[in-house]
Design a protein. Structure first.
Length: 277
């Protein structure tokens, strides 16, 4: 199995722990390198996809330079699915959330907080691009080229649900490629955040595990957006309608604490760092 891994960077501020993990991934026989682009993340991802198409890579892994992958990143290509993401926390508008999203039939688009508690892959609607693995048949499929591009309004601003990675997920649905998350693979994210704003926004608001992970939710119809839905995801909708019981779920924090998920492999990665502490 040939794996290409690229760390997306503007050439500055890359985390030392990320560099150390890159060196470790090279011991797996992977083609690992940084991809420097100072123009835009959508262009950078498109350049990496073009390079992967011209290589013998069976899988393409992209990791952002402020994300520290764990040793469990090695199992991403082993899953053998079209697209799989790890769990990477993100921050926006004073809220911290997992950059993994589901979509309901009523148009509700929300970040996932609960995961199947059996260490298996979980199909989701969309995943961020901070730590993602794409199979060759997907990244060589040209029907929706370019795969990564911001969807913009007529005035040039980014449209609702138009981020380059969100847009990629939508294109996967149009091409009928399912998207999965590996709940046991947690990436430490080290962005710059506004701490005071975060404390104010989350005052007295914690999840069941005492962390600050929130659910962010929008209704696509409020924005006049009708998102594409793949055949396999429509089957999930049908299963939800017919399922009289509730599946066993767990937060990523609880998966970390019981050993199902891990932030191992580096002194910089500690279980207590997951959940907002």
């Amino acid at each position: 199995m040939n794996v290409m891994m690229r760390v997306m960077t503007r050439g500055e501020g890359i985390q030392p722990a990320t560099i150390a993990r890159m060196e470790w991934c090279r011991t797996l026989g992977w083609d690992v390198d940084m991809h420097v682009n100072k123009v835009g993340i959508d262009i950078a991802r498109s350049e990496v996809v073009a390079n992967a198409r011209n290589s013998n890579a069976d899988y393409l892994i992209m990791v952002d330079d402020d994300v520290v992958p764990t040793e469990r990143i090695q199992r991403m290509p082993d899953h053998g699915v079209p697209v799989v993401s790890g769990c990477v926390p993100s921050w926006r508008f004073g809220k911290m959330f997992w950059c993994i999203f589901d979509l309901d039939e009523d148009g509700s688009y929300y970040s996932v907080t609960n995961f199947i508690d059996d260490r298996s892959l979980q199909q989701v609607y969309a995943a961020g691009g901070a730590m993602i693995c794409i199979r060759r048949d997907v990244f060589t499929d040209t029907r929706e080229d370019p795969l990564f591009i911001f969807r913009r309004k007529s005035d040039g601003t980014v449209d609702h649900f138009g981020g380059e990675d969100t847009h990629f997920s939508q294109k996967c649905h149009r091409m009928n490629y399912p998207i999965f998350v590996d709940p046991g693979l947690v990436g430490e994210h080290q962005p710059r955040i506004e701490l005071v704003r975060t404390l104010v926004e989350n005052d007295g608001d914690t999840d069941s595990n005492g962390g600050l992970i929130a659910m962010v939710e929008y209704n696509t119809r409020d924005y006049g957006v009708e998102l594409p839905v793949s055949d396999s995801y429509r089957r999930i909708w049908r299963e939800r309608r017919s399922d009289s019981g509730s599946p066993a779920v767990a937060t990523v924090q609880s998966l970390v604490s019981n050993g199902s998920a891990t932030v191992d492999g580096s002194d910089e990665l500690r279980p207590e760092s997951i959940g907002g502490e």
